[in-house]
Design a protein around this ligand. Structure first.
Ligand code: UN1
Length: 498
């Protein structure tokens, strides 16, 4: 099994290879510092080789019938299911998630693979009447070519599946750059694809950093599609770089997601949903609830429930059964998260609980941060505007439903939102007026399912969506086909009188 060998490689044109430079980097567990493995520190040359292999493989792969491409994804989904426990444990070791959440991440990939496998027998286009006699009109989805896939570490099995499964079923080939914090999971993902029967060159993996690998992939003239989940800053840079070749860019970037709690809400349910959404995955989800907008009439009661729940949470390695919150991904993240505690305090927010790096009981070997709750936060404060990507959430009191919606929408991002209320009219108004790609009613902000579009409005992305049918729009071009069986030249818009 790959995880025991500890020395990993790139996968290019069906061969496991080192970086051209021979250089390596390490992946270590954020929970304990243990070494997970070493990986090729690749550069532009390695990307070029992978793109060449993917380009060559594309000519054959695009002609494989879509149901047959889907069959491979079906086998892949079954293999991932077979290896679910092993992958979840590796995930917990490599990036810190608690085991049940790691299992959920893997399950998301299983679901997506089966969903996209079925798409092999759909990929629906349209047939329409023609304005002329004896003429047939239809639109079909066409593959595009080589897709550059750049994925984050926070959903290291799920997110690659969201991108690679639809890319493949649509007939594209892939060059995949997994996050440098989770290369072992990226590698296992590709190993299972190979075992499922993906032909040589159809999926290639190149390990390494954004500067060396990502930038070359984005700039490469033979990579017409880039799909990235990452930070807003990286998204902007990718979009600018891709503009020179007029590439299609799919971006899934930040969030500053709010839970609204109205005065008629079930407060115990709301508290449970908030704790799950704010501190699950140590707050490192783009869908995490980093703002809680609360009606003043229930503000005090909700605060005490949240603080009590946060203080009950036990920190530790994700694979230990009694752990509620695992580590954050690395030292840089820990420092960034902690710096926001200082920022919040300086801005005048009231720290209710947490706000410190957790040590003792072995925690000093990893990167642990206590679940942190700020109260009396003003909507304009930095802690209420900027993505912290850690276990920190901010309580913002409001006086009315309208104010709650205004505050919820008053950020640059628009990924997820949620409202707790028993008033069906207010729930429907919120569904209409919350400017986000995803809205939950009486649930937290996390937990998207694979068969609905996933993505956000405003600066969360650039208008594309992944998952569901919407994913197909990222990975295909539309072609309109007109078949004239009249045997004569019929002119559209002119010979239409009959
Ligand atoms: C992400 O954080 O980038 O809805 C993805 C959710 C998960 C996916 C999160 N299904 O929270």
């Amino acid at each position: 099994m790959a995880v025991e060998t500890q020395t990993f490689k790139n996968f290019v044109g069906g061969e496991w290879v080192d970086a051209a430079s021979g250089e390596i980097f390490e992946s270590r567990s954020p929970a304990t510092g243990e070494l997970i493995g070493t990986f090729p520190r690749s550069g532009p040359e390695d990307v070029d080789r992978a793109v060449e292999a993917a380009r060559a493989a594309y000519e054959e792969w695009r002609l494989v019938p879509a149901p047959a491409r889907g069959e491979i994804l079906y086998r892949f989904g079954a293999l991932v299911r077979e290896h679910k426990d092993e992958l979840a444990l590796l995930m917990s070791r490599e990036m810190g998630k608690v085991l049940p959440e790691a299992g959920g991440d893997v399950q998301e990939a299983i679901d997506m693979s089966f969903y996209m496998a079925g798409e092999g027998r759909r990929l629906f286009g349209q047939t329409t009447p023609s304005e002329l006699r004896d003429k047939f009109n239809m639109s079909v989805r066409m593959p595009i070519g080589v897709v550059g896939v750049i994925t984050p570490w926070n959903f290291p099995i799920a997110i690659p599946s969201w991108k690679i499964a639809p890319a493949l079923v649509c007939g594209n080939t892939v060059v995949f750059k997994p996050a440098t914090d989770t290369p072992a999971l990226g590698e296992r993902f590709v190993e299972l694809l190979v075992e499922a029967g993906v032909p040589a060159g159809v999926v290639n993996v190149v390990h390494g950093g954004g500067r060396e690998v990502g930038e070359r992939l984005v700039a490469h003239p033979d990579v017409p599609v880039i799909t990235l989940t990452g930070s807003r800053e990286t998204g902007v840079a990718v979009m600018k770089a891709a503009a020179d070749n007029l590439k299609r860019v799919h971006l899934e970037l930040g969030g500053k997601n709010a839970v609204i709690v109205l005065d008629d809400a079930d407060l115990d349910l709301a508290a449970e949903g908030i704790v799950w959404s704010a501190f699950g995955t140590s707050g490192q989800r783009c869908t995490a609830a980093s703002r809680v907008i609360v009606h003043e009439r229930v503000y005090g009661a909700l605060q005490s429930k949240l603080v009590a729940a946060a203080e009950r949470m036990r920190l530790g390695p994700g694979w230990e059964e009694d752990t509620d919150v695992g580590p954050v991904i690395n030292e840089g993240a820990l420092e960034k998260i902690h710096s926001y505690t200082g920022i919040g305090r300086d801005e005048g927010a009231k720290l209710l609980t947490g706000g410190e790096i957790a040590t003792g009981d072995g925690l000093e070997h990893g990167f642990y941060y206590r679940p942190t709750i700020f109260a009396d936060v003003e909507p304009g404060m930095r802690v209420a505007q900027e993505e912290i990507f850690g276990p920190t959430t901010s309580l913002i009191p409001v006086e009315s439903f309208d104010e709650a919606i205004r505050v919820a929408n008053g950020v640059r991002y628009g990924l997820s939102s949620s409202i707790f209320t028993r008033d069906v009219n207010k729930a429907f108004r919120a569904m209409r007026d919350l400017n986000t790609g995803i809205t939950y009613v009486n649930a937290g902000t996390i937990g998207a399912e694979v068969h609905l579009p996933f993505g956000g409005t405003k600066e969360t992305g650039n208008g594309h969506r992944e998952a569901g049918q919407a994913a197909l729009d990222v990975f295909t071009e539309w072609k309109s086909v007109y078949v004239d069986y009249s045997g004569r030249l019929q002119k559209a818009q002119i010979d239409t009188a009959e």
